[in-house]
Design a protein around this ligand. Structure first.
Ligand code: SF4
Length: 381
């Protein structure tokens, strides 16, 4: 296969669907979590659940970087712009995540005192560096979010700022780590004790795995006996990965398999890993929306680059803030509930007016369900 259309071929998809239907055992169910929001998006967009037997259920995981940002972190970014008068730069979806007091970065942008601060949407961290160079009299902070995929560019930007001697640039670092989140899910009471989230295996992330490789998932297969299939983001990738998971379960295997061989190796991108390790260190704990405090699950800037660390520079103190009571994002991110379980899904809460983080990004479970109308999903399961 060379071209994107070939990864979306309906006839091939039907063939894989037939293979899955033929291979599932009639005496059991198959519950697979797609960790990554990119897979959630693909599954909704291409109607993958419609092609699966009733006994195969997909559970959305917490791998959408915007969705897992807790309110307290957005509040810190807003505080920097409103109270500290910085030019706060971040990626588009982050602008719309609801924060405290009915604010979001987008709404704060309307009230920020432009004479002092500013809030700007950027496409790349290099845009933030350019803004810092162009505005030497202003402080510029990059609000950095995302998993291991977006972390190396932030590391490059910090090293670049260091090399250039930029004194007005810093980073509010909220980069999070995938393996720690998977461990947290597998050790959660819902999975281990209550059985409310039956989990038989994982569709492993695509882009994250290009950086970290497939090796970090091996403990989940060996220690927790949960098969992992790293999958590309196209619908045929996802269908093939589901078939591979079904086969592992049927054969009593729990291994890490790589469907996304065109981009992922066992060791990953060693250069990117070295960059991350040079600039960042693992935080002892970090709050995730829905998962709570997760040990060793996020990165902070190393002391060597402390002058680029906005948390130290502005003496920011993190305060956890409870989610909107009507919002079920927390339970959805833990795999306990589905978007349609939320009473305000599609009525009060829509992509145009998100009440929770899962309705903001196209990778969010609620936004994906709403946008592609796959409300039928697996609610019969
Ligand atoms: S529909 Fe909106 S309020 Fe409900 S869980 Fe999803 S994001 Fe939260």
């Amino acid at each position: 296969m060379k071209y994107i259309d070939e990864f979306r071929d309906g006839e091939v998809a039907k063939g894989i669907a037939q293979a899955i239907a033929a291979e599932v055992r009639p005496d059991r169910r198959y519950n697979f979590m797609e960790f990554c929001g990119g897979h959630t998006h693909a599954i909704s967009r291409y109607g993958v659940p419609d092609l699966l037997p009733e006994s195969v259920r997909m559970i959305h995981g917490p791998g959408c970087p915007v969705c897992v940002l807790p309110i307290g972190r957005i509040d810190l970014a807003i505080q920097l712009a409103l109270d500290n008068g910085v030019i706060l730069c971040t990626y588009a979806d982050t602008m719309r995540v609801p924060a405290s007091g009915g604010l979001s970065l987008m709404r704060a942008k309307a009230v920020v005192d432009k004479a002092r601060g500013d809030i700007r949407m950027i496409y790349s961290v290099t845009d933030a560096l350019k803004i810092a160079r162009d505005n030497p009299e202003k402080e510029v902070v990059f609000f950095a979010i995302g998993f291991e995929t977006t972390t190396p560019p932030t590391a490059v930007a910090i090293k670049q700022a260091d090399a250039e001697g930029l004194t007005n640039f810093s980073v509010l670092c909220c980069h999070v780590l995938t393996p720690a989140a998977i461990t947290h899910i597998l050790e959660s009471p819902e999975v281990r004790e209550l059985g409310t989230v039956p989990l038989d295996g994982f569709i492993g992330p695509a882009h994250v795995s290009t950086v970290i490789g497939s090796r970090p998932y091996e403990p989940f297969a060996e220690g927790f006996r949960k098969p992992v299939v790293i999958s590309g983001f196209e619908p045929l990738d996802v269908m093939q990965s589901i078939l591979m998971l079904v086969r592992q379960i049927n054969e009593g295997r729990a291994e890490v398999e790589n469907e996304f061989t065109r981009a992922v190796s066992r060791d990953g991108n060693l250069k990117a890993q070295r960059l991350m390790d040079e600039v960042f260190e693992v935080r002892p704990s970090f709050e995730w929306r829905g998962l709570g405090e997760v040990p060793f699950s996020a990165l902070a800037i190393r002391a060597r680059y402390a002058r680029f660390d906005a948390e130290r520079r502005y003496r920011l103190e993190y305060r956890p803030v409870a989610d909107n009571k009507a919002c079920e994002c927390g339970a959805i991110l833990r795999g306990v509930k589905k978007p349609t379980d939320c009473k305000i899904f599609g009525t009060v809460c829509t992509p145009e007016n998100p009440m929770g983080s899962c309705m903001v990004s196209s990778e969010g479970a609620c936004a994906a369900h709403y946008t592609y109308g796959r409300y039928r999903d697996a609610e019969t399961v």
